[in-house]
Design a binder for this molecule. Sequence first.
Ligand code: XUL
Length: 533
Amino acid sequence: MAAAAPAEPCYLGWDFSTQQLKVIAVDEQLRVIYEDNVNFDKDLPEFGTQGGVYVHSDRLTVTSPVLMWIKALHVILDKMKSSGFNFSRVRALSGAGQQHGSVYWKEGAKVLLQNTSPDLPLHQSLKSCFSVSNSPVWMDSSTNAQCCSLEKAVGGAQKLADITGSCAYERFTGNQIAKIYSQNPEVYAQTERISLISSFAASLFLGAYAPIDYSDGSGMNLLQFREKVWSPVCLNACAPGLGEKLDYPVPSSKILGSISSYYIRRYGFNSECKVIAFTGDNPASLAGMRLEEGDIAISLGTSDTLFLWIKDPKPALEGHILCSPVDSQAYMALLCYKNGSWMREKIRDELASGSWEEFSKALLSTPVGNDGNVGFYFDVMEIIPKAVGIHRFNAHNNRIPTFPKEVEIRALIEGQFMAKRIHAEKLGYKILPTTRILATGGASYNKEVLQVLSDVFSAPVYTIDTANSACLGSAYRAIHGLVAETNASLNDVVKLAPGPKLVATPAAGVAQVYQALLKRYMGLEQQVLNKPK
Ligand code: XUL
């Protein structure tokens, strides 16, 4: 009798996000062959989280129970097993974690992690492994004092940005660690290892402490992002002996080792299955969207988020520069705007009877450049720039109280996109002839809005489905990790994945109009900052 053909290989991508744990399996043709998730609130009600987190009574401290994440992994793997998933097919896995959150392993945890019994659920074997049972997560903003002292220790906010890619942010891990050290020095002393959520998750699969990767590591206010080593001055400013508790960071595509025997014995994984370094969810999304040099991804959601592929970064007091998760010579910048869809919908409801169609008609009926009328629309305090209120200027740079409704709608959309281009270029971003803008999120369904985006950036706009981009990006990174040492790029390896759809190209002659308008917008932004109305 002929031997059965070996099962076709597949790759797993994990996403330990704020509200759920997700997994995707893709085959060699990059087809998604399995997808599942565990929602923390709904599927693990015993932890009592809301949106996957606990918001503490000060409203600033936000944490998640570390054992909840481990139990979620146990639940999802058991679900996969009962659905008949063939784990022996998995050649490699990688994953993503919500950025900035931290996990504190207690003295002696290393040994427990290495010796988990396949007869016990993982969360039972590891229940006494943590010196801090509720991990601080990215939503936490309780470390203002630590941020101030870190900036002071290095010589100011811009200096910290020059070293680490960002000025001090409350959610960034170094400041979170500094808070734990200053409030509970004995807890800090009992901690033998500190992981990011990404490297913590990788550790679960390895059965050993996984190193932090460069890309997620650059969201800590601790890594010299150009040299890719911990900054001694930042480490010392946060807590004593911190370097030893973090260990050396590694390239994001590194093969960390083979999967631990726990998974081989309990689920039937192949002993050759490799664990590729895990990274942050935003870097993993960049991989999932297959960004290339010069590309921008814009998520037009409640808040607008931009990922930029940058070669020559210039860190500023706004935005973040991270090491690229897919190219060791490149960087990614992250910009976040609070007044995104929220503001667009507000103006749509006030001036276009709540209809996107009417909103689009207003854009079509007004000229590119809006006859020189410029507006700033910040319903809530904006992040970049730190300004609030509505500010309107006519073509002579005079403040005016109102615009006709069509002019107002174009001023809003042109203003939002000009701001993005200006701040991106401030961080060192350059539009190249090959640049593509990949738009996602609610407003990416509106063709006229995307036309303005294309005109303002002088680049074609594509739409892309990113519902699972961090998870999918993790599966792609698992495939890439196996060959990364041969210098193959991620995009060489995932060519077969479905591509984005072209929806808008810049209209002829618009580049000059915006060249002039962008200059004026920059000057008016200064006025708005200096003289808030
Ligand atoms: C990025 C950030 C969030 C989290 C969400 O700086 O804080 O996007 O990564 O998971």
